[in-house]
Design a protein around this ligand. Sequence first.
Ligand code: NOJ
Ligand code: NOJ
Length: 717
Amino acid sequence: MQRSFRPLLSFSLLVLTFLPAPAISRAADFRRETIYQIITDRFFDGSSANNNPQQSSGLYDATKSNWRAYWGGDLEGIQRKMSYLAGMGITAIWISPPVDNLNANIPDGGGNPTASYHGYQARDFKRIEEHFGNPGNTWTEFDNLVKAAHETGIKVIVDFAPNHSTQNNGGEFGALYDNGEFLGNYTSDTQGYYFHNANISGGGWDDRYQVQYYTLFDLADLNPLNSRIDAYLKSAAQLFQQHGVDGFRLDAVKHANWGWEYSLANSIYTNGDSFLFGEWYQGYVSDPLYHDSYKFASKSGISLLDFPLNTAIRNVFGSNGNWSEIDNVITHEAADFSRDDDLVTFIDNHDMARFLSVNNNKNRLHEALAFIQTARGIPAIYYGTEQYLHNDTSGGTDPYNRPMMQAFDTSTTAYKLINRLSTLRRDNPAIAYGSMGQRWINNDVYIYERNFAGSVVLVAINKNEATAYPITALNTSLPAGEYADYLTGLLGGASLTVKPGSGGNNAVTNFTLPAHSVAVWQITGTPGAPALGSLGPNAGQPGVKVTIAGRNFGTTKGTVKLGTTAVLPANIDSWSPTKIVFTVPAVSNGNYNVTVNSSAGQVSNGLQFTALTAKLIPVTLTIFNASPTQIGDYIFLTGNTVELGNWTTTWDGAVGPLLTPNYPNWFICASLPAGQTIQFKFIKIAANGAVTWEAGSNHTYTVPQTGTGFVNANWQY
Ligand code: NOJ
Ligand code: NOJ
């Protein structure tokens, strides 16, 4: 087996070196990607040399019967499966945290070892875990993986968990290392590297102060407002960028410090092109902190995993809920999130039962896949979905949702489906950038249309197992004509006839949508005026590089405008018909409408960009004896730069709400422009919306150039 495999491998490597590398698009334009989420330990064992390393021996279970032990999967294993992934149409992998994790063996009640095979208990954010790379904890295998991925046209996202290190009450007691140098631990924390509050519990899960400043499940809670920890975490993220990663999935963003995370995102974007999305766990758009989640996503530069939509997807496909549940979340989030198309959508992940454990019905899984791959948002597919991988022990929840990959079969329907729809996402900009409109709905059927600058995709899904539905009175903006099913009948779809009409409402000839079927009809638009699809990052100070993606920019350089100010040609780094990269010029801080004028003089639609004053520094501001408040009243901060809301006094415009663990004192961490002397005041926004300003003159403060800042003030009566 080995002998016949070796020559083949070197032959294909030889061929690869002569092929031009597929063009990797900018990470800031992530909407055209199809993400595949991998738990490295459970994917493929590429090297047995790292299975039971000496510094953490005994954490490996070759029999794969202890679900909380290492099972051998590693970075080389992922690298070896690169063509399998590319063949599925995967264009980005999100790998579980690869950093050096807990070495200690902490036995469970039965004396069996438990290990941090999942990667969420870091001890050193600047080294690679020995079970995934090599016993020296160096970056070799990580670099090899990134190189192989990029050569295959696949981006790499790492899971980065800055909220905590290892558990605080056993094992290594949160001990933290900076590339091997011991920094400190939780039990003798002389430097203030950790927060020492209790575990988040009960109603605390809905409390803005507790979720950020209390402890998540006994995990040593890092204090990023300590300038050493702040610098450590930011330089660790930067190290990953230097090693070529294209993006970060930020673990537990709801539980790290929200204000600090703005500065983390800014630091990453200042270092280079990236895509960031965070895990803000919430079940529904009615969640008490839902408003905070979309304010955070819209302003921080960190998009989110779409948990409310995930709940609806699981209810609709898993438990026979009505399509209106999904439709409602889509409508709700479209109104709230400034960039809902950057939300990362998913059916299941490593923290919940796999879909097939909930509903062992492959048709439904295919329909859910087709939905996330064609609806708004960026799809993330959990490893093994394409192989129908699931283990239903204990309902299939953690750790049984993390089985070892059993097969790498490239002929499953799911594998083919993922490939086909990933191709559509690349080829038809309506999927990546288009509007999302419902065209027809009942409990079982959802027909929706994506639309961008003349490109149109119409998708029809019938999730009923037995009933075919006659579809009448359906309109579309697809031009008149005959459309074949883009999936060529893979999920039972047939062709569609569109009659001429007007106003983007062309009548579709009545047809029958078979039981459990998906059909996709599409057209790619012809050139017209420049059309902006995405812009990222959506905030940055002068000098930061911003990517605009879309269509019809032309081959000759035209103009980019921030409001009425044209960006100087020297600040336009590159220009192609579908992508422009520019450097934020020295404009005044503020919110700008960005537009593109083609060299032929045609003007695009506008997208919002926030020009920051300077790079961001996390500053904790405390106001003592704030204005008396009643239930539902909150204290906010506003001030003279865009980071402070430019004196706006609305819930979304001002900074806040502040936190009040020591009423009537309130505080907040806000990321503010380095080195600037800012003016600010605190305000009360009452439950009924009435605004009360503090009296007196503005407070002033000079934000430090580096590190973290702290400032106190007394409410002026
Ligand atoms: C959320 C991760 O997805 C989960 O798997 C992990 O255990 C916790 N955050 C803590 O890092
Ligand atoms: C208007 C407010 O009334 C005042 O109190 C505040 O100081 C200024 N905005 C900012 O200059």
